[in-house]
Design a protein around this ligand. Structure first.
Ligand code: BEZ
Length: 386
């Protein structure tokens, strides 16, 4: 009897240990994204895109099941270090995926460098993340703030505009976006007359719209995204400025926002690494699958989340799911040709996508493809020593 009891106890112990090992065997992915505030919809789209790719692969990457952890970063840089440490120290995730806001992403990159946690940035364009803060364990599946802005600066100069006023939120993304635009626009013969800003995430634009009207530039260049982009584009049109001074920007100004912007956005030209009407077999399949699962049209943020999962999947496949082979995994990710809905992209030396930037025009509820504004544009990776 005692013998049988011992066997049962031992058997149960072994079973528990096996179950424990199995649970441990899952790859832990920590989403640090905004689920509240002006960027909430962007965070959800990124998570949707990531989960969709994993789902398409039967819930596994490199043969390993995935366990998800989540933190709402609220796009608040002052809470970013505590938030990222919840994922690194409390949840002990293997991979961090985040975030949207450049200021928060820089705190994540610092924590990832210090703890050597693998980080994939699925949106935030902070130039420093793949510049002075670059590291072997930090990758980006999106863009640098410089990239779409530089493309728009070229387009504006080619369209023979001579003067511009810029308007944006006062933080890294806005500053760097204006910097990229100005670099290309002034190289092409244009002049930025004024650089206007409001604090993030403030949406009181009236005084600055009055200043734009008084300055009378040929064009306005603007970086806003999410809820702030909806409000800005509507206020710009309500002030009647869109009739005389074309409003340009990186595609964040009109991506994922057209339902809410309606007539105010019609005809706007923007540059981005995605458009709604690429009409390639790869993009059509992605869009169909996304709509089926989420009953929503995808946007650039969903694509970037999907591609963060693809990039991780390529690394995991190269080591057959053995995450301890980190160097081999990183080498495979560095060499990846990501078959993105946006078009195939590779990574530059600083781990930022080298990709085409499209010129798009708003027609109805779509950012329609006009053409390729700049082909295979690489971020300069300023300050990266890798
Ligand atoms: C950023 O903070 O880097 C960012 C936020 C929203 C859209 C694009 C960039």
């Amino acid at each position: 009897m005692r013998q049988r009891l011992l066997t049962v106890v031992l058997g149960t112990g072994l079973l528990m240990a096996a179950l424990g090992a199995h649970a441990q065997n899952k790859l832990k992915v920590g989403f640090m994204l905004p689920y509240t505030g002006t960027y909430a919809a962007l965070g959800t789209a990124i998570e949707n895109g990531f989960r969709l790719y994993v789902q398409e692969l039967g819930g596994k990457l490199g043969g390993r099941e995935i366990e998800y952890f989540k933190v709402d970063d609220e796009s608040d840089p002052s809470k970013a270090t505590d938030n990222v440490n919840r994922l690194i120290k409390r949840d002990q995730v293997d991979v961090l995926v985040g975030t949207v806001h450049s200021g928060v992403a820089m705190a994540m990159a610092k924590a990832a460098r210090e703890s050597n946690t693998l980080l994939i940035v699925p949106n935030a364009g902070a130039d420093a993340v793949t510049g002075s803060m670059c590291a072997p364990n930090i990758f980006r599946s999106s863009f640098s703030n410089w990239q779409p802005a530089y493309a728009m600066g070229q387009v504006a100069a080619q369209r023979k505009h001579k003067t511009a006023v810029t308007i944006t939120w006062k933080y890294a993304a806005g500053d760097e976006s204006v910097g990229g635009f100005k670099e290309a626009f002034e190289k092409g013969g244009g002049k930025v007359l004024k650089e206007l800003t409001v604090p993030f995430p403030n949406v009181e634009f009236q005084a600055l719209l009055t200043e734009i009207a008084a300055t009378k530039p040929d064009i306005v260049y603007s970086f806003f995204a999410g809820g702030g982009a909806v409000k800005f584009v509507k206020d710009y049109a309500a002030a009647g400025l869109n009739r005389t001074i074309p409003l340009y920007g990186p595609g964040f100004l009109t991506d994922g926002t057209l339902d809410a912007q309606g007539d105010a956005a019609q005809g706007m030209l923007t540059t981005l690494h995605y458009a709604d009407s690429l009409n390639t077999p790869r993009d059509n399949a992605f869009r169909l699958s996304y709509v089926k699962v989420f009953k929503l049209q995808p946007d650039v943020y969903a694509v970037q989340g999907y591609d963060a999962a693809q990039l991780l999947g390529l690394g995991m496949a190269a080591v057959k799911g053995d995450f301890s082979k980190r160097n081999d995994m990183i080498a495979a990710m560095e060499k990846a040709k990501v078959d993105s809905p946006r078009g195939v992209f590779t990574l530059g030396k600083s781990h930022n996508p080298v990709q085409d930037f499209y010129l798009r025009k708003v027609e109805g509820k779509e950012n329609k493809l006009v053409g390729v504004a700049v082909k295979a544009l690489a971020d300069p990776g300023r300050g990266c020593r890798m």
